[in-house]
Design a binder for this molecule. Structure first.
Ligand code: MV4
Length: 452
């Protein structure tokens, strides 16, 4: 087992990793930027190392600084959390070559899944259903035109180095295709330093549903069912729940089995998430795979009673999974609202000092947060200040708990997405579980759709 782990992250996920380490009897090392000197992850870790100035690129993203902190504190492993270096294959490779265990899959698998065209090819080969689409797109306008004709309009242009929606272009009119591809390449190059793009058939109003997996280093793979992530705005998820109102137990088992087979075929290890677009309860397509622990992992934890962080760490330590697929049981319902320090209308960050912070409690309520009264929400980092998660016997009870918890959540001093969540939780379509990825569009003047 690991003696000591360095946490290469901040905020709520750094605290969540510390929770898991404390329960496993593992020592923790926090790293922090000059802006985070007084942050809670620094207080709750056993040791802490300042690694640089507030700017992420000079601190949490600075590989030599992170590795140096790991070397001087003599840790066995690094947990990257989500964001920052979590899906940086080069960083995982550096850890591997320094004899520090990177808590995640091997660098080769991070690299594979980070290349969205290569991931599509690998997962198709491993048996997952795919939308009609291309590999890395040619530069020849005639070839591009022919590829789109073969797929059939509308098509969507996606960045090979992207994921999460940046640099996407929807094309409905063939006359716009070549220009859209050019624009997408330019944006992709700016955002990911990679101009490569690919085409996919565009689905008008799919649901975004993802499957959680755990795979150990001894060939055992289990799936923990799905999370419904269709409530998003500008490719940022706002609300997630488990299970999805769309899936029957039979479909869960069907998709879960395919996902486990695919993970076995590519030799995946660690926790991971396979994202799908669902066109109907029976028609679904692989979209991409995330090789990290995700923000929304608590909804799965609450209905399976499996501690995903503990399992991820134990897998990295070489332990065999303690459960088999038949041991994975789902009980009740859970939902997560992401509370961001943002203007809920303009969706612009709202940094500043929180003057009052009161979190709700009571039955079926969990709050994962590193915020507190008088804490400063820095403009340098992600604006997530808390995850409010509720669970209950069924969706109705879970929603009722979410409504009263949202009423009793007080954040003063910065603007937050709390009012938006309170509104969504009263929406009749939402209450009935009638969701798709464009659910939030009618809430805003600007349609929220990507430029097409
Ligand atoms: C799609 C899609 C429809 N068809 N792919 C990818 C990243 C995720 N954040 C959004 N993504 C989508 N990929 C195909 N083949 C629909 C979305 C999508 C979306 C697209 C444009 C504008 C807003 C959107 C909101 C949610 C999902």
């Amino acid at each position: 087992m690991f003696n000591k782990i360095l946490i290469a992250n901040r905020g709520e996920i750094a605290l969540r990793i510390i929770c898991a380490c404390k329960e496993l009897g593992i020592q923790t090392v926090a790293i922090y930027s000059e802006a985070d000197r007084h942050a809670l992850h620094v207080r709750f870790a056993d040791e802490a190392v300042c690694i640089g100035p507030a700017t992420s690129s000079e601190s949490y993203l600075n590989i030599p600084s992170v590795i140096s902190a790991a070397e001087i504190t003599n840790v066995d492993a690094i947990h990257p959390g989500y964001g920052f270096l979590a899906e940086n294959a080069h960083f995982a490779e550096v850890c591997e070559s320094c004899g520090i265990k990177f808590i995640g899959p091997r660098s080769a698998l991070i690299r594979l899944m980070g290349d969205k065209a290569a991931a599509r090819a690998a997962m198709a080969e491993a048996g997952l259903p795919m939308l009609p689409g291309t590999g890395k797109l040619s530069h020849d306008p005639a070839v591009i035109t022919m590829e789109a004709e073969n797929i059939g309009y509308p098509v969507i242009v996606k960045a090979v180095g992207g994921g999460g929606g940046r640099g996407m272009k929807i094309v409905r009119d063939p006359a716009m295709l070549v220009n859209a591809v050019h624009l997408a390449r330019t944006e992709a190059n700016k955002a990911f330093h990679n101009p490569e793009v690919y085409l996919e058939k565009y689905l008008e109003s799919p649901r975004h549903i993802e499957f959680q997996v755990l795979a150990d280093e001894h060939g055992n793979v289990v799936h923990l069912g799905e999370r419904e992530c269709s409530i998003q705005r500008r490719h940022q998820k706002l609300i997630e729940e488990a299970p999805s109102t769309l899936l029957s137990a039979e479909m869960r088992q069907h998709v879960g089995t395919l996902v486990c087979q695919a993970m076995t075929r590519v030799g995946y290890t660690s926790c991971g998430t396979v994202e799908f677009l669902f066109e109907s309860p029976e028609r679904f397509y692989f979209m991409e795979m995330n090789t990290r622990i995700q923000v929304e992992h608590p909804v799965t934890e609450l209905i399976t009673r499996i501690d995903l962080l503990k399992e991820q760490i134990l897998i990295a330590a070489g332990e065999p999974l303690p459960m088999r697929q038949d041991d994975v049981l789902w009980d009740g319902w859970s939902m997560e609202c992401r509370i961001n320090a943002e203007d809920p209308v303009k969706f612009t960050p709202s940094p500043g000092k929180i003057s009052t912070f009161h979190t709700p409690g009571g039955p079926g309520v969990r709050v994962d947060s590193a915020a507190h009264t008088e804490c400063v929400i820095s403009p340098y980092y992600d604006s997530l200040i808390a995850k409010l998660i509720t669970n209950g016997r069924d969706r109705r009870e879970t929603l009722g708990r979410m409504r009263r918890a949202l009423e009793m959540f007080v954040v003063e001093g910065v603007k937050t997405t709390l009012p938006l969540h309170r509104r969504i939780l009263q929406d009749e379509d939402f209450i009935q579980g009638r969701l798709n990825t464009h659910f939030l569009d009618h809430y805003f003047q600007d349609s929220g759709k990507a430029a097409s």
